[in-house]
Design a binder for this molecule. Sequence first.
Ligand code: NAP
Length: 331
Amino acid sequence: MLSFGKDLKARRVEDCRMQRTLINKTDLKVSRLCMGGCPLGGYGWGQINKKDLINAVKTAVDSGINFFDTADTYGLGESERTLAEALGSRTKEVIISTKFGVRIENGKTFYDNSREYLFKAVERSLHRLNREYIDLYLVHYRDGVTPLGEVAESLEILKQQGKIRYYGLSNIHESDESELATFGENNPFVSFQDEYSLACRKNEKEMFVFRDKYKMTPLTWGSLGQGVLSGKYDINSKFESNDRRSRDVYVNFHGKKLLKNLEIVEKLKEIAKIVEKPISSVAIRWILDYLENSVVLVGAKHPKQVLENIQSLDWYLTKEQVQLLEKISKE
Ligand SMILES: NC(=O)c1ccc[n+]([C@@H]2O[C@H](COP(=O)([O-])OP(=O)(O)OC[C@H]3O[C@@H](n4cnc5c(N)ncnc54)[C@H](OP(=O)(O)O)[C@@H]3O)[C@@H](O)[C@H]2O)c1
């Protein structure tokens, strides 16, 4: 949690407009706002325009964002390809995380952390990303079969070959903890991704443990609750059938959960007015202030969203504002 005792002035000095942090146990100094690459897959987010996506990436780099997240499954590789196309030679300026471990074949999804599949997946991602190495390679989902020690051994081989620089986990589960404990002080997984926002705090307890006990940097996904915390949706909002949020499983937009989210949005609006910032940036700022050492992943479909979201970076919420949002979002 945020240590409010830390002198605000000192924090401002260590800070720059694009606040950066070191991913634990690495030399990767990343912007605390990472551009999420799910919409870059061009699939499942309603209306998407490729030119806007490319410009969103360029705007992010121009604004100082140096961290981009993607996965081999997003748009079945399209997200990695679009990211490479948008970055062009500027790929050298940024840090990229991508993921393996989910196979989608003939419309069916399988989880596979085997060495055989991993070695194929990394080559395909490198090819699509048009890169010689991946900075941070994440196990997207565990397959329930391959022991974590074995996954780490396979990833170490890729590291020694120079194909990846560091590796981590995603969608952590309590059961990962006992396996991580076997590494003791030498846990080689440097970070983890999990869903976390004012709209989703169900993973919070585990996240503190993974961050503090296993020294892994938290990367939050769904940080705007898939967009609901931007303040542009209400009880009557409808999604197209090609938008994942039309499905009940995207709970943030349905039933009681939507009503609760809209209450949170009302508070965000009040604070946004006081601090004169976009609502989305207040929602992001809360994570940055509350979950210390975290990096916040946010998907964006066009440059305007990027420009709004980066406004989360050059200021702090007051202790009272953090606590107010903490209280109202408690699950
Ligand atoms: N490890 C995993 O399993 C996992 C799972 C999911 C995501 N992720 C990663 O985390 C990233 C972030 O999660 P997410 O993209 O699912 O959800 P998110 O960041 O909470 O929401 C992204 C969506 O919010 C809307 N939005 C963004 N900025 C906005 C703004 N300023 N104003 C209004 N609307 C705005 C956009 O959609 P609309 O404009 O259509 O509303 C955008 O696509 C992903 O892109 C991906 O890289 C990882």
